[in-house]
Design a protein around this ligand. Structure first.
Ligand code: PLP
Length: 374
């Protein structure tokens, strides 16, 4: 059997290597490395795919969050509600701008931000919320949009893990893609993401023209034309070569997301009778593109021993995330409440390999091993 990878970026490249190599060679020979038509074309393609009015590419998903917050003109000391159970960038971007993160818990079944706790955490100082569409499915955007309107706070969707995932946004069964629902949405093209580049990359989405203009300015030194700087900005741009690679890969995103879904379905089928494992739950309002397939182990199971056992048998696993943000040294000063769900889940969660080229026989091998764990 072929080696099982957590994410097999090389095999995924090999499927389309001719097309990608041709594109890279073309761009090198053109001498176009930063911005240019390839990047504009990618932004247009992504806008079309996600039905987003505006897409602005940038250096990475962390910058995307940082730029989004900058564009909203939040002032130091303003508060931003964030889930504690997330990749650290969500919190980092808030703190780098002198804003204060207000940590909230997650739903124990979906691992997504607890909407009731968002509402309970709102004060005069709270100006925004960052729902993170963790592991590939969308937060409850119907409720989050209601809260945003009722309390007049901005919504920045962190869609780094959910590109191509859509959800219901109103009672009328109206669906939209993650990242295009809030005031601003962000994503990451980190190589292991569902739409991964061969280096860093990110994008910002908005449906508001004025915000789009500002985001574009910020991401490119605040300049509207060369050497004409209108506002303080930064250098956060997508390389042409990354845009070229992403243009090739975008065509396969839907089928790749479907393949991931089928892998998850197979895991569900083969693991559903094990009473010491809780399988990931899909919400009714969102679809799931399974950026991660994360299971919860019962408290009786020693996770380290389980992980070592799988590793000995050539099955890689990852812990997303072992320590919630409010327990991290850098951020614990902002922790005001005990977030018991995030704390307990970080101790019991473990993610199994998932990617579009994982074979049924490999999933079966992994599940047989799990079944035989003692
Ligand atoms: C939820 C979430 N937000 C933000 C990011 C940051 O993206 P990047 O690594 O491109 O900076 C990531 C990437 O791992 C992520 O998973």
């Amino acid at each position: 059997m072929e080696k099982i990878q957590m994410v097999d970026v090389v095999s995924m490249y090999n499927r389309h290597s001719k097309e990608i190599d041709r594109k890279i060679k073309y761009l090198i020979n053109k001498g176009s490395f930063i911005q240019g038509n390839e990047v504009i074309g990618f932004e247009e393609n992504l806008s079309k795919f996600l039905k987003s009015k505006h897409t602005i590419s940038c250096g990475n998903g962390t910058d995307a969050l940082y730029i989004a917050l900058m564009a909203l003109d939040l002032k130091p000391g303003d508060e931003v509600i964030v889930p504690s159970f997330t990749f650290i960038s969500t919190v980092e971007a808030v703190c780098l701008l002198g804003l204060k993160p207000v940590f909230v818990d997650i739903n124990p079944n979906t691992f997504l931000i607890d909407v009731e706790m968002i509402e309970n955490s709102i004060t005069e100082k709270v100006k925004a919320v960052i729902p993170v569409h963790l592991f590939g499915q969308c937060c409850d955007m119907v409720e989050i949009l209601r809260i945003s309107k009722q309390y007049n706070i901005y919504v920045i969707e962190d869609a780094a893990q959910s590109i191509g995932s859509s959800c219901v946004i109103s009672d009328k069964l109206n669906r939209k893609f993650s990242g295009t629902i809030g005031h601003i949405g962000t994503t990451s093209f980190y190589p292991s993401k569902n739409l991964g580049a061969f280096g860093d990359g990110g994008a910002i989405f908005t449906q508001n023209k004025a915000l789009a203009k500002k985001i574009k300015l910020i991401s490119n030194h605040g300049q509207n034309k060369k050497y004409s700087h209108q506002i303080v900005g930064l250098n956060s741009r997508l390389d042409s070569i990354q845009a070229g690679i992403l243009n090739c890969k975008l065509k396969y995103l839907v089928s790749d997301n479907n393949k991931r879904f089928n892998v998850a379905k197979k895991y569900n089928e083969l693991l559903s009778d094990l009473d010491w494992i809780t399988l990931p739950k899909k919400t009714e309002k969102s679809d799931h593109i399974f950026h991660q397939y994360s299971i919860l182990l019962s408290e009786k199971v020693n996770r380290t021993r389980f992980q070592k056992y799988l590793s000995r048998n050539k099955v890689p696993t990852m812990i997303y995330y072992p320590i919630p943000a409010h327990k991290q040294n850098a951020y614990k000063k902002f922790a005001i409440k005990k977030l018991s769900v995030s704390e307990s889940i970080s101790k019991n969660i473990i993610s199994l390999p998932i990617h579009p080229v994982l074979k049924n026989s490999q999933v079966k091998y992994i599940c047989d091993l799990i079944r035989n764990f003692k």
